[in-house]
Structures are given as C-alpha cells and as structure tokens.
Design a protein around this ligand. Structure first.
Ligand SMILES: Cc1cc2nc3c(=O)[nH]c(=O)nc-3n(C[C@H](O)[C@H](O)[C@H](O)COP(=O)(O)OP(=O)(O)OC[C@H]3O[C@@H](n4cnc5c(N)ncnc54)[C@H](O)[C@@H]3O)c2cc1C
Length: 321
C-alpha cells in the first residue's frame, strides 16, 4: 500500500467498485497520485459480448477483454490492488470513510468510494436477440455501424421511439427495414423522415430471428413471413443501472429519458459526501472513451479532496504562531 496520505493502517485511501473502463481509469489516476487504491470487480463489463471495440482512439478494433487486461497491467505498476469479487454493500464507517463488504464476506475500508458498476441492457424478449447480442444484433451504430455498412439492416422498433434507431442507422446502409413489432404506429413527421431516408416499414409482430450456420439471415414475423436481413439493430427494453450500492447508501437519483440514474456533478460527485460515480452507472450515453474520461475526473477530484483534507488537518495540529 502507498502511504502518502494521512490514513489509518489497513484502510485504503480510495476504493473503486467495478473495474470496467470507468473504474480502471479512476484507479489509474489515483494510483499515479500515490493514493492507496483497491478495485473490486465482478468481471462482467457491458460490452463483453462484442468481439471488437470501436471508436476508442488508438485502440479501435481491440477486444474489450484485451483492453481491460491492458488497463489492469497499467494499474499494477502504480501499486493499485485489484480483487475479483462482487461488492454486496457499503456503509458509512463511523462517520469517517466507508466499510465495504464483498459477497464472499471479505471486508475492506476506504476513505473515498468510486462506484463504476455500469448498467445492464434488458433486451426485448424476442427469440434469438439475447443469443446474438453484440454479434449481428447490435444497438449502437457508432460502435459497430462501420463494420456492417451497406448490409441489409433490420431495426426492431422501440415502443417509446419507434422511428429513432432506423433513422440513425440509415447513415450506414441504404437498405433499412423497420419492423414496427409492438409499437402502435408512426407519427406523420416520423413517417415523412423514414420515407426521406428510404426506410421500408413492415407492420406486424416479430416472432424471432432466422439464423443459419450461426449467422443471422432474417427477421421472422408472427405470421410466418421471413424478411431476409443480415444485421438487426434493437434498443434495450430498459437500461438498468447497477446502482444497488448507491441506492442503499442513499444517493440522490435523477429522472432521465432512459430511466433513473444517480445524480452527479461534473466530477462524478454524488449527493453523498465521499462517494463518486462514473461511467454507465451514471447514464447510458457514456461510451468507452467517455467512461474513461469520467473515471479520470472522479479520480482527480478525490486526489485533490484528500490532499486538502490532510493539509488542513495537519495545519490545524500545528502550534499557532
Ligand atoms: C454489445 C455492446 C457493444 C459495445 N461496443 C462498444 C464499442 O465498440 N465502443 C464503445 O465505446 N462502447 C461500446 N459499448 C458501450 C460500453 O460497453 C460502455 O461504454 C462501457 O462498458 C462503460 O464502462 P463502465 O466502466 O461504465 O461499465 P462496465 O464496462 O459495464 O464495467 C462495470 C464493471 O463493474 C462490475 N460490477 C458491477 N457491479 C459490481 C459490484 N457490485 N461489485 C464489483 N463489481 C461490480 C461489472 O462486473 C463490470 O466489470 C458497447 C455496449 C454493448 C452493450
């Protein structure tokens, strides 16, 4: 453990819950700031089903697993501890820092917390969608649109925003079919935009995906029709933040168009003194580079806060004059 702060033995300066892009980035900058830091990670990053990660400058096309493994290697050189495990709960530790309990009963203490536990994409219950998620069933054209450009796309409408995803992906292919599935219908403005984008609209419920030789070949409708498609875009039914630890601690939440997420300031500081949050646990729009950036900000904010807390305590102890 580093010992460059006014800390009690056996207690970390900072603990990061979740070792994805956001958490590892926070840990990297805190380790480099000579804070004793522990990362506890359950090992289920959101993009794990995807073979390649895109849009990450200088790491475009790397596998998500290789990216995080490289991050962990970097942490090791700054003395950051990384532990596999799941945090079951965290609680204030007699008004001074936090006591964190892992699912296996292990306990750890830390002065500050960064919660970077990500979110879960709750997928529509359509036969084949979960099985092919991240392969030829996709959600984000910025992540994977280039790799499937110009192929025949299917888009399964989200009931809340039936036209949105089909319009988005029309930049990557001129052959887009929107399946209205359970979305009631289209507004006149949406219909006009879809028409302008050359998107074909198919009504009727989707029963599942047609797959041959482990390759998506079409979208199967409840009436038995199969519309040949090579790629399907679909939005999650619900984006569920993995925020149990934050909720239990009593962090304030905010309503967003995607559901409830923890309220944070620009540095990731939550409403709870000493607790930061970063990455997808704070909102679904943080792609990998954004998650890395948010983790970095949280790490710097904690480093500064502890520096001044320790200096002020030391100054108060010095004899006057
Ligand atoms: C299929 C798919 C493909 C994607 N492709 C791309 C892409 O190409 N480019 C891109 O920029 N973005 C992509 N994304 C988005 C990307 O996954 C997120 O931006 C990124 O994962 C956010 O990082 P994070 O650190 O916030 O969360 P995560 O990466 O999800 O990491 C959170 C970590 O916290 C752990 N954890 C959760 N709860 C606990 C707990 N209680 N205790 C300990 N650990 C816990 C989890 O197991 C996980 O390891 C993709 C998303 C999906 C769904």
């Amino acid at each position: 453990m580093n010992a460059h702060t006014e800390n009690t033995p056996g207690r970390y300066d900072a603990m990061v819950i979740g070792g994805g892009a956001a958490g590892l980035s926070a840990a990297l900058i805190m380790g480099r700031s000579r804070l004793s830091t522990l990362v506890v990670d359950a090992g289920e990053p959101r993009n794990a089903p995807a073979v390649h990660m895109h849009g990450v400058l200088s790491r475009d096309g790397t596998s998500p697993a290789d990216y995080l493994a490289a991050g962990r290697r970097e942490l090791a050189s700054y003395g950051v501890d990384v532990r596999e495990g799941r945090v079951a709960r965290a609680a204030a530790d007699n008004g001074d820092g936090f006591l964190v309990v892992l699912a296996d009963g292990t306990r750890a203490r830390a002065r500050r917390l960064v919660v970077a536990t990500g979110l879960v994409d709750e997928l529509p219950e359509i036969d084949g969608v979960a099985e092919r998620w991240g392969r030829d069933v996709l959600h984000c054209p910025y992540c994977h649109g280039w790799e499937v450009r110009d192929l025949p796309f299917g888009v399964i409408a989200h009931p809340a925003m039936p036209a949105h995803q089909a319009l988005m992906v029309s930049r990557w292919s001129k052959d887009v079919t929107l399946f209205l599935h359970t979305a009631g219908g289209l507004s006149a403005p949406d219909a006009a935009l879809l028409d302008a984008a050359g998107v074909e609209v198919v009504t009727g419920e989707v029963a599942g995906l047609a797959v041959e030789d482990d390759r998506l070949t079409g979208v199967r409708l409840a009436d038995g029709r199969i519309v040949p498609r090579s790629v399907v875009f679909v939005g999650a039914r619900r984006l569920a933040a993995r925020d149990d630890v934050l909720r239990e601690l009593g962090a304030e939440l905010r309503e967003t168009p995607f559901g409830e997420f923890v309220a944070v300031d620009e540095t990731g500081r939550t409403s709870l003194p000493g607790v930061w949050a970063a990455g997808n646990v704070t909102g679904p729009q943080e792609q990998v580079v954004n998650a890395v950036s948010r983790g970095y900000r949280a790490g710097v904010a904690i480093s500064n806060e502890l520096l001044f807390a320790d200096l002020e305590a030391a100054a108060a102890r010095r004899p006057a004059g």
